[in-house]
Write a protein that binds this ligand. Structure first.
Ligand code: NAD
Length: 476
């Protein structure tokens, strides 16, 4: 079994208590993990603070070289990282190995390039010259959830370090193993001790003292809306990037390319086990094609292979924990009670081999005839549960899409160009994909509005949290 310690100032640091990390496919205990608290967080923040002057003054080209090397080490270790990610977080190996971990390496390459172009602006007048300088902010708290944990963390670690900041990374207590690999690879890449510290632990015990530490200048958080709100309330004046929950509309008009829309709708709710912030979990279908779409969609969902995350042919793996499985099952029961039609899936356990019978599995589930006011349509289930909702026309589609507290992503399927642009403009969400599933371009602003968060990650949008602009005004 693995023994995982914190990495503080380049050293392994033990804790008084440890917790167990469990493989959600089998319930096998796979690691014993140091459980940090205020003491370890204070040590880590102090190490990051001490490392900041030298790292922030390291020429950008040299930081870029080290960050690129960090990416190379991830690329060289794709198999090892993918296997641990799938074993620890239950994300299926076909995705981790081919998509998620290779993309994590790309994040480092992207921000290594970008950190040499953090140029400011000039605003000359006849009497004065204004120019902006971008400074790193200092010590950053980077907090990640358990779904796609490695890649989510690299969206934070790569720009944070590349732009000259130092960091304390706290990964989810449900998926700590690959975070530790990040800490180890940073040191192997030659990134100085103290620049990236990794402390493990639970939310309230470890996350809160990190966020409330006065030496932390910025918090980049990805997780639930409830936790994000609590952090903002408790942390005091800091810079924030809050990537929170979602319940994104996937709108299919009658003139859409039916088969492509169907493929994308299946992918956007069932990939990553449905444990995906940008999941198209509310599928809005124009009434004239509703029956045909619902029938085709549920037939496809019924055939999806559920199983061991380590099996190359699995499409939907286990839920991260038994508590989370219970939450998903609660919503399936609720959907039936609320009067939605259970088209496929439900509470019966999927048929699985003996060694998986203790795993946290649930059948891909589809509810038809969902009313957008139902709780299954309004609340984030964060599992493989789709809600099919019919609409009459464009105005109705937009009204239903926006009748929700969240505003992370959105998807619009239509062959009518004008309608595509009109709906994209009216949907209240940080992102809108037209005739496309979620495709991440690292230059794009990733993030949400309303209860889905504040701030954006990606490209120059990452300046907002990880760099402080300063205006210099010179009289001529
Ligand atoms: P969570 O909010 O329970 O936990 C996220 C992280 O916050 C964990 O590391 C946890 O230990 C930590 N934490 C918990 N309480 C804390 C506190 N009081 N102070 C500081 N840290 C604390 O979320 P989760 O269940 O791990 O993740 C699922 C959620 O994340 C979903 O709502 C999902 O939509 C969201 N998510 C959002 C995005 C996005 O980009 N918008 C991406 C992935 C996941």
């Amino acid at each position: 079994m693995l023994q995982i310690e914190h990495i503080i100032n380049g050293q392994k640091v033990t804790s008084e208590t440890y917790f167990e990390s469990v493989n959600p496919s089998t319930q096998e205990v796979i690691a014993r993990v140091a459980s940090g608290g205020k003491k370890e967080m204070d040590m880590a923040v102090a190490a990051a603070k001490a490392a900041f002057p030298a790292w922030s003054n390291t020429p950008a080209a040299e930081r870029a070289r080290l960050v690129r090397k960090f990416g190379d080490l991830i690329a060289q270790n794709v198999s090892k990282i993918s296997e641990w990610e799938s074993r620890d977080a239950g994300q299926v190996i076909a995705q981790t190995k081919k998509v998620l971990i290779p993309r994590a390496a790309d994040n480092f390459y992207f921000f290594a390039e970008m950190c040499t172009h953090t140029d400011g602006h000039t605003y000359p007048t006849p009497t004065h010259l204004n120019y902006t300088l971008y400074h790193p902010v200092g010590v950053c708290a980077l907090i990640s959830p358990w779904n796609v944990p490695f890649m989510t963390a690299t969206w934070k670690v790569a720009p944070c370090l590349a732009f000259g900041n130092t960091a304390v990374l706290k990964m989810s207590e449900f998926s700590p193993i690959t975070a530790n690999l990040l800490g180890e690879l940073a040191l192997e890449a030659g990134i100085p001790a103290g620049v990236l510290n990794v402390v493990h632990g639970f939310g309230a015990a470890a996350g809160e003292p990190l966020c409330q530490n006065p030496d932390v200048a910025a918090i980049s958080f990805t997780g639930s809306t409830a936790t994000g709100t609590r952090i903002v309330q408790g942390a005091g004046l800091k810079k924030f990037s809050m990537e929170l929950g979602g319940k994104s509309p996937f709108v299919v008009f009658e003139d859409a390319d039916f088969e492509r829309a169907l493929d994308a709708a299946i992918f956007m709710i069932f990939s990553n086990n449905g444990e995906r912030c940008t999941a198209g979990s509310r599928i809005l279908i124009q009434r004239s094609i509703y029956d045909r779409f619902a029938q085709a969609f549920s037939a496809r969902a019924a055939k999806i292979k559920v199983g061991d995350a380590m099996d190359e042919s699995t499409v939907v793996g286990p839920m991260i924990s038994q508590d989370h499985l219970n939450k998903v099952r609660y919503y399936i029961r609720l959907g039936v009670d609320e009067g939605a039609s259970l088209l496929t899936g439900g509470l019966d356990a999927p048929e699985l081999p003996e060694h998986l019978t203790k795993g946290n599995f649930v059948r891909p589930t589809v509810f038809g005839n969902v009313n957008n006011k139902m709780r299954i349509a309004q609340e984030e289930i964060f599992g493989p549960v789709a809600c099919l909702i019919s609409f009459e026309d464009e105005a109705d589609a937009v009204a239903i899409a926006n009748d929700i507290a969240y505003g992370l992503s959105s998807y619009v399927w239509t062959e009518n160009l004008g309608r595509a642009h009109r709906v994209a403009a009216q949907i209240e969400a940080g992102m809108c994909f037209v005739n496309s599933q979620n495709v991440r371009d690292l230059r794009q602003p990733f993030g949400g509005t309303k209860s889905s968060g504040t701030g954006r990650e990606g490209g120059t949008w990452s300046f907002e949290v990880f760099l402080e602009p300063k205006n210099v005004c010179v009289s001529m």
